[in-house]
Design a protein around this ligand. Structure first.
Ligand SMILES: Cc1ncc(COP(=O)(O)O)c(C=O)c1O
Length: 401
């Protein structure tokens, strides 16, 4: 039996009736763009996150672009982000007319490295520092970036923060005021509702969230033709709206999100425990950061052997991401070279995402780990901590089903 990387059909079984009911209402009112469903979702998502405002947009890339534009970022500006992320993070910066500036990641977490960020900022001559306007930290794989420290650095260097929370629905960060949701700590937070996300639509969707009313106003204008009323336009904006059908799906899934994220965390701890003896290091959750485990990622110098074994055994897996952005042809004009960001390059060479979704059962976890282990055992290279393939599997299948 194939083990799926994500299982959207299983999610649909849980929400199908609720969505069918809402779809009938949408068809009855024919409010397909905007309307009650979208407004209700925006209110409920803001409430879930504990943030003042949430504005639906067409996708996560638009959320990032529109949030940056709403904060006044544009041509001549520079925006700091990491090379180990999906292309959309940098593309959104480029689309505003600004220039992405990469800093390397922390090798243990995959998120922005604070020492690398500080040395980048301090190494720039004072006269050039004013061009740097914002940081886009990425909560990679669902693990929050170190937001408390980032906010301090941003305040010192007068930078805006736009959180790329496209993989981090429901991830949490410890702050002086208690646990806070990823996406709510910067000037704006951006979410993708691509179907495979922890909170995914039945198509594309996204949202910008903020506690700042003026940023919220500008995001709303930018995403909906700059509209003040139907035919009065303050600015030339975009057509980037969340539609009602996606909002209805998202409302139904939002009701399950906390429970689904909790199941992901249980699955992640099972994986972590079972993988302990093997050369397959999971990404660490540092003190004060709670991942929502959008992906469960291991790192191994024998990644390709593990990947081949998984695929041969009908177990889906992924590489997020095989080429860091500073080495992508689309961004060659930035002038970076191989070796510029060693931690990002090392992660790209070793990273492997195992099946992870809330409906993964105990047998599937065990079969996945056994396959990882057997790939490492059968690999001919010498490896000091090789163990027999089956002995470490001390957790019974039913514990996690
Ligand atoms: C880190 C990150 N940023 C941005 C995006 C862009 O989101 P979307 O695909 O909805 O445009 C994604 C989506 O895959 C992502 O993973």
């Amino acid at each position: 039996m194939r083990i799926k990387f994500v299982d959207l059909a299983a999610q649909n079984l849980e929400i199908g009736d609720r969505v069918a009911f809402e779809l009938d209402l949408i068809n009855a009112t024919t409010a397909y763009v905007g309307g009650d469903q979208v407004e209700s979702f925006e209110r409920e998502f803001a409430q879930f996150l504990g943030v003042k405002r949430a504005m639906g947009v067409a996708n996560g890339t638009d959320a990032l672009r529109i949030a940056l534009l709403a904060l006044g970022i544009g041509p001549g500006d520079e925006v700091i982000t990491v090379p180990m992320t999906f292309i959309a993070t940098a593309a959104a910066i480029v689309q505003t007319g600004a220039r992405p500036r990469f800093v390397d990641i922390d090798p243990d977490t995959g998120n922005i490295s604070l020492p690398a960020l500080c040395s980048f900022l301090e190494s720039r001559p004072r006269s050039e520092r004013s061009a740097i306007r914002a940081i886009v930290p990425v909560h990679l794989y669902g693990l929050p970036a170190p937001m408390v420290e980032l906010k301090e650095i941003a305040a010192e260097f007068n930078l805006k923060i736009v959180e790329d929370a496209c993989q981090a629905h429901g991830a949490r960060v410890r702050t002086a005021a208690g646990m806070a949701m990823a996406g709510t700590l910067g000037d704006a937070g951006c979410f993708s509702f691509y179907p495979g996300k922890n909170l995914g639509a039945w198509g594309d969707g996204g949202a910008v969230v903020t506690n700042d009313d003026e940023v919220a106003r500008r995001v709303s204008l930018l995403g909906n033709h700059g509209r003040l009323s139907h035919y009065a336009h303050e600015i030339c904006g975009y057509n980037s709206r969340l539609d009602s059908i996606q909002a209805a799906v998202l409302r139904a899934k939002l009701e399950r999100l906390a429970e689904w994220n909790e199941r992901r965390r249980v699955i992640a701890s099972a994986y972590r425990e079972l993988l302990t003896p093997w050369d397959a290091l999971p990404i660490l959750e540092p003190e004060g950061a709670e991942s929502c485990f959008h992906l469960f990622v291991i790192r191994s110098t024998r990644r390709d052997a593990i990947r081949n074994a998984l695929l041969q055994n009908d177990i889906e897996c992924g590489i997020h991401y095989p080429v860091p952005l500073h080495l992508q042809p689309a961004l060659a004009y930035l002038g970076y070279r191989p070796g510029d960001f060693p931690a990002s390059e090392a992660l790209a060479d070793t990273t492997l995402s195992l099946p992870m979704h809330p409906h993964l059962n105990g047998q599937e976890i065990l079969r996945t780990v056994e396959t990882v282990a057997s790939a490492l055992v059968s690999n001919k290279e010498p490896f000091a901590t090789q163990r027999p393939a089956v002995s470490p599997l001390i957790v019974t299948a039913s514990s996690y089903s």
